[in-house]
Design a binder for this molecule. Structure first.
Ligand code: DLL
Length: 443
């Protein structure tokens, strides 16, 4: 029998059983898996072995979960430095798939999967889909990019294992996306939230009201998005928008996913051990406190990651979720420690700008932040689209929106910035991850 088989409908799916393990059992399972993965990394990953030796430690020293705090971290540079296959812990003959993430500079980082790893990945994706109420009978349009990016194939294998019908359309060609969504009776879509915004807009231009289509859910991730963005998306498309989180280094999509309570993504803790650390001191922080998410893969064979520093900033939520899952939630990831920039001494994250913009009526959820250096001083300009009504109206409407925006941004950031209100369609639309910040300071 297929291990991922489940009954369609209802909120509890047998495949989701690990989501509901009694906490004591979950921690015991984590410890058991942690011991074995640390041994595997020590035996097969030269870098990890050297670092553990340098600390005078052996895998057997790990007796309880808290001992993980003594293990060395892994960072993205380690994957670059060992490019392409230096972190693989399985022989090439057992590796059935590689993916790569392009990053911003130089060589990509390469990640690998054995057959078992692919099965684990599919199972966490099945649990992700089931968590937001999808199952057999659903028609899932997968508009994450297929290829080296993990989004496409990760969601694809999961949706198939779920027993849903998958449309492997990949990203781009928006008119065809909308035609298929309408003609095939699509009930759910997977893509980045920014691309979905573009699809909503394009559907409207094509005279199609998405609210009248059978689509009911969006599985949105791969980039930060805010609660304000969810509030824009849901009523405009007549769907529920769910947050899915993941990263290539750990597995791809399916590290965490929101349930129907939409109260922060649940981490699939039986496969991913999660800690929050202070990014400056690297000391562990208690649940509820915000810091950098650090993940250890508990079952990944081809490329175990021990204490991988994600750079993503969040907090673990100690309170149990209404849904009854025992696996913990984290707060929605609004920012990465490395997408922060400093303007006039103030730390700014793009998501703060997004939250401010979307509070003001008359704005559209399409924006970009441009950083420039003039005479040694850094300047920030926010370009945001406004509705055709506002743009075409008298100067009065534009000025009202500008004043509200300026106040909102000053309220959230504590500084006033240059604002450019532009007409709809001025800002380039993305098919995958949106580029929110254009940094011209280094050009
Ligand atoms: O973006 C994997 C993925 C595909 C996740 C599809 C969800 C859906 P990478 O390209 O390696 O992998 O990028 C990982 O993207 O460290 C976060 O900074 C960001 N990210 C991913 N999901 C979310 C999310 C995929 N839901 C990096 N909210 C991560 C905020 C996210 N940021």
């Amino acid at each position: 029998m297929n291990a991922f088989r489940h009954d369609a409908g209802g909120s509890f799916h047998p495949v989701s059983a690990p989501d509901y393990l009694p906490v004591i059992q979950l921690r015991a399972l984590q410890l058991h898996r942690l011991k074995s993965i640390v041994k595997r990394a020590y035996d097969h990953q030269a870098l990890f072995r050297e670092r553990l030796d340098a600390k005078g430690m052996k895998p057997q020293d790990l007796e309880k979960l808290e001992d993980i705090h003594n293990l060395p971290f892994t960072v993205k540079a380690d994957l670059r430095d060992t490019y392409p296959f230096g972190m693989f812990a399985s022989p090439m003959s057992e590796i059935v798939r590689v993916h790569a993430s392009s990053g911003t500079t130089g060589k990509p980082i390469v990640v690998a999967y054995t057959k078992d790893d692919i099965d684990v990945w599919s199972s966490v994706m099945v649990r992700s889909f089931a968590a937001c109420g999808l199952g057999q009978g659903d028609i899932i349009q997968n508009a994450y990019g297929y290829g080296l990016f993990t989004g496409g194939l990760g969601a694809h294998y999961g949706a198939e294992a779920l027993g849903a019908t998958v449309i492997p359309i990949s990203g781009g060609n928006s008119d065809r996306q909308i035609m298929i969504m309408q003609d095939f009776g699509v009930t759910a879509i997977c893509c980045t939230p920014s691309y979905f915004l573009h699809l909503i807009e394009r559907a409207r231009e094509m005279g199609i009201d998405m609210r009248k289509l059978p689509i009911k859910a969006g599985v949105f991730g791969a980039e930060p998005w805010t609660e304000a963005m969810r509030e824009r998306i849901e009523p405009e498309a007549g769907i529920k928008a769910y947050d899915i989180y993941g990263l290539s280094e750990i597995i791809g999509p399916g590290v965490a996913m929101e349930c129907q309570e939409q109260a922060g993504p649940h981490l699939f803790e039986d496969h991913f051990y999660c800690e929050i650390i202070d990014p400056e001191t690297c000391k562990p922080l208690p649940d509820g406190q915000e810091g950098e998410l650090v993940i250890t893969t508990l079952s990944k064979l081809a490329m175990p990651m021990i204490r991988y520093r994600t750079r993503d900033i969040t907090a673990l939520v100690p309170e149990p979720c209404e849904c009854g899952r025992t696996i913990r939630r984290m707060r929605r990831i609004g920012r990465r420690s490395d997408d922060m920039f400093i303007i006039r001494g103030v730390n700014v994250f793009p998501s703060q700008v997004e939250a401010a913009l979307l509070k003001v009526e008359g704005t559209l959820p399409h924006y970009q932040i441009i950083l420039e250096r003039e005479k040694g001083l850094d300047n920030m300009e926010v370009q945001v689209e406004v509705t055709a009504d506002v743009f075409g109206d008298t100067i009065g409407a534009m000025e009202t929106v500008r004043k509200k925006l300026s106040d909102e941004i000053a309220h959230i950031l504590g500084i006033r910035v240059k604002l450019s209100l532009v007409q709809p369609h001025t800002i380039e639309r993305s098919q995958g991850k949106a580029k929110r910040v254009i940094d011209r300071r280094k050009m």
